[in-house]
Design a protein. Structure first.
Length: 220
């Protein structure tokens, strides 16, 4: 479905597994001059295929789908292609465990689903122009990471904390992450120092409060 690019319009692909959310995004986009929803898909795999057709400028991408590929994985697959559309993540999940992989995968922007319609439209327009838009709370945390690199958890430490919050032992965490139990223990020791805690329970509570892991133990 490749065609000549219409420079007057920004063509949007909506990828979300909830029909109501897709309909809402379409309604917001199509109320705006110069924006056009060219397709909706319900899986990350479909998003990768549809984004390759050549008539999409911006993908509105959910982060989690029901089984299969994640939004971050789809983003990596989409942005790896020459001339790829920009990807704007729009999700309910805003922890570092979610944000960092998505941005590393090539997402231009990252918003939460409680964002205003105006911010969503702005993010689409700025993404099409190659400029990022971040949810304010995410921008604040990324700025904190830059300003205080010694006090923030690494990607691996976040993964370890998420599994600690699920109740896994050091040995089980090691098996999940292909690490030795001793390496997991070393990660935990560094995590305790960075978070200023002295127990697994306190580490879980602090990591949750800081938005490093989600409530209930899952990473975002």
């Amino acid at each position: 479905m490749t065609g000549v690019r219409d420079e007057r319009r920004i063509r949007v692909l909506v990828a979300d597994d909830h029909p109501v959310v897709r309909a809402g995004f379409r309604a917001v986009m199509e109320m705006e001059p110069g924006l056009e929803v060219v397709a909706e898909v319900a899986t990350a795999e479909e998003a990768v295929v549809r984004a390759a057709d050549g008539d999409v400028d911006v993908v509105l991408m959910d982060l989690r789908f029901r089984g299969g590929m994640t939004g971050a994985q789809a983003t990596a697959a989409i942005t790896a292609r020459p001339g790829a559309p920009r990807v704007v993540i729009v999700t309910t999940y805003g922890t570092d465990a979610d944000t960092l992989p998505a941005l590393d995968a090539g997402a231009t922007s990252y918003l939460l689903k409680d964002a205003s319609a105006d911010l969503l439209v702005e993010a689409v327009r700025t993404a099409a122009a190659g400029r990022p838009t971040l949810a304010p709370e995410i921008a604040d945390r990324l700025l904190h990471r830059v300003r205080n690199p010694a006090s923030v958890l690494t990607r691996r430490e976040i993964e370890v904390m998420a599994l600690v919050a699920e109740g896994l032992s050091n040995q089980a965490i090691g098996a999940r992450l292909h690490l030795t139990a001793g390496t997991v223990k070393s990660h935990l020791a560094r995590i305790y120092v960075k978070l200023g805690v002295d127990s697994r329970t306190a580490a879980i509570a602090t990591a949750t409060d800081l938005g490093l892991i989600s409530r209930g133990g899952r990473p975002g």
